[in-house]
Design a protein around this ligand. Structure first.
Ligand code: ATP
Ligand code: ATP
Ligand code: MG
Ligand code: MG
Lengths: 241, 241
C-alpha cells in the first residue's frame, strides 16, 4: 500500500481540497482507497462523510487498530474526531503505531491518503513517518513561500530520525494560484530557481469550482459549470502525475 | 492593559494579516503596543521583526518573564521561536502563567495583540484565557463557516473553565471576502441569520494590497497603489470599531 501524506504547516493552502480530490481520483481509477483525516477541524470528514468506516483517525494511534473497508465506491474514510487533539500530548511511542497499523491494513487497500492539520505536532510527524510519498500544497504569497525552508527541513528531519530515507517527496504543489498576479508568478519563478528540484511539475489555479466542489461534496470534474470543468481537467492532469 | 487575541483554528483566514494591521493602527494612535507571535510559523515575526524586544513569545510561558518595551515607534514584538511547539506539551499550569506575565507587564503597555496558530493546543487556550477581547477572522467558504460553531464553543469553554466571564468576543470578522461571489455572500447572510450577534459589524475584502503590505512589511494604508489605498480606508474603519 502506498501512503500519500498531504502536509504543510501553513494554514489554508489547499491541503484538504487536494486530499479529497486525490482520493476521488484514485477511487475512480479502481484503487481501494483509505483516507485518514488527521485534522480535528474535520474538513475532509465533512466532505467524505458518506464513506466513513468503523475506525476513526484517532483509533489509528491505538495498538492493533482494525481498519476495514466501508464497501462504498472503493473509498473508506477514517474520520476525524475531537479527541485527535489529545494524540498530540501522548508519548512519542504513538508515532510508530500509526505506521504499524497501516502496514497491518495493507491487504485491504491499495493507497492511503492522509490529510494533516496546519501544525507540527505528533499527528503530523506520525503521518510523515508512515508516508511512502509526501505532497505539499503551497500558496504563492510571502507567508507560505517563506515557510518552505522549514517545511523541507521538517520532512528531511522526520526521515532521518525515524530511518525512512525511502520516502519520496512528490513536491511543492502551487495551489490557489492567481495566474494574473505578478507577485505570485514572481514567487513561482523564485522557487523554481532556489528549490527547483522540489517544485511539483504542475499547479492548481484559484477557481471558484474548487470551493463549490467541497461544498457540494463531489469532485470538481462532476460539476456542470465551465469553470468547474476546466478545474477538473487541470486537477486530473496534476493528480495523474 | 487590554489583551486582544486574534484566533481561529481554521488555517489561512487572515489572522496574521489582521493582527499586524491592528498593531500598526494602535501604535499610530499612540498606544504602547505589545505583539505576541504565538505561531511557530513566525509570520507576524517576519513582518514586525524590527520591533523585536528582549523577551520571546516562548519566554511568556516561563515564571516571572520580564517584558520590556523595544523603544521603537510604540511597538514591541515578542517574537515566535521554534521552541514554541514544545509549549503545547507542557503541563496545564503553563496556561495561567501567560496571563500572570501579561498582568505584570501592565504598566509598560496599553494594549497587547496576540496572533495565534491554526490549532487548539495549549498556546491558543492560554491566549484565550489571558484575553480581554477576542476577534476571529473567518473565510466565507464552507470549511471555515462550518468551523464557527466549534470556534464559539471553544471560546465559551475556555471562559467557563478558567473563570473569565468578562472576556468580550469582538466577533467573527469576514475576511479575504470576494464580494462578487454569490456563495460567499450567501454564507454571510446565513451567518447573520444563525449567529448574528457574533458577527463583527464590518468585513475585509480580498484585495491584492494586503498580501503586498505584509510582503513589504508596512501597513496597507502606506502603499501607493489605488487598491492598497482602498484597503487602507477599509481596514482602518474596521479597526476603529
Ligand atoms: N484551487 C482553489 N481555488 C479556489 N479556492 C480553493 C482552491 N483550493 C482550496 N480552495 C478554498 O480555499 C480554502 C482553503 O482550502 P483548504 O481548506 O483545502 O486548505 P487547507 O490547507 O486544508 O486548510 P487548513 O490549513 O485549515 O487545513 C477552502 O475554503 C477551499 O474551498
Ligand atoms: N484581505 C485579504 N485580501 C487578500 N489576501 C489576503 C487578505 N488577508 C490575508 N491575505 C493573504 O492570505 C494569506 C493568508 O493570510 P494569513 O496568513 O494572514 O492567514 P492566517 O489565518 O494567519 O494563516 P495561518 O492559519 O497559517 O496562521 C496570506 O498570504 C495573506 O497575504
Ligand atoms: Mg485542511
Ligand atoms: Mg497566521
Amino acid at each position: 500500500m502506498k501512503t500519500i501524506v498531504i502536509n504543510n504547516q501553513k494554514g489554508g493552502v489547499g491541503k484538504t481540497t487536494v486530499a479529497v480530490h486525490l482520493a476521488w481520483y484514485l477511487a475512480e481509477a479502481d484503487r481501494r482507497v483509505l483516507v485518514l483525516d488527521m485534522d480535528a477541524q474535520a474538513n475532509a470528514t465533512d466532505t467524505l462523510k458518506r464513506y466513513a468506516g468503523p475506525a476513526s483517525a484517532a483509533d489509528m494511534f491505538k495498538p492493533a487498530a482494525e481498519i476495514r473497508p466501508s464497501g462504498i465506491d472503493n473509498l473508506t474514510l477514517a474520520p476525524a474526531v475531537t479527541s485527535l487533539t489529545d494524540v498530540d500530548r501522548s508519548e512519542a511511542g504513538a508515532i510508530l503505531r500509526l505506521r504499524e497499523n497501516l502496514m497491518a491494513a495493507d491487504e485491504h487497500f491499495d493507497v492511503c491518503v492522509i490529510d494533516t492539520p496546519p501544525s507540527l505536532g505528533l499527528r503530523s510527524v506520525a503521518a510523515l513517518v508512515a508516508a511512502s510519498h509526501v505532497l505539499s500544497p503551497i500558496y504563492l504569497e510571502d507567508y507560505s513561500v517563506k515557510g518552505v525552508k522549514g517545511l523541507l527541513q521538517t520532512f528531511i528531519g522526520a526521515q532521518q530520525r525515524y530511518g525512512r530515507p525511502d520516502v519520496s517527496f512528490l513536491g511543492l504543489l502551487p495551489s490557489i494560484f492567481n495566474t494574473r498576479s505578478p507577485r505570485q508568478r514572481a514567487h513561482l519563478e523564485q522557487l523554481l530557481r532556489d528549490a527547483g528540484k522540489y517544485v511539483f511539475p504542475g499547479h492548481i489555479v484559484a477557481r471558484d469550482g474548487y470551493a463549490e466542489a467541497v461544498a457540494e461534496r463531489a469532485p470538481v470534474w462532476t460539476l456542470k459549470r465551465r469553470s468547474a470543468q476546466e478545474a477538473g481537467r487541470e486537477i486530473r492532469a496534476v493528480l495523474a502525475k
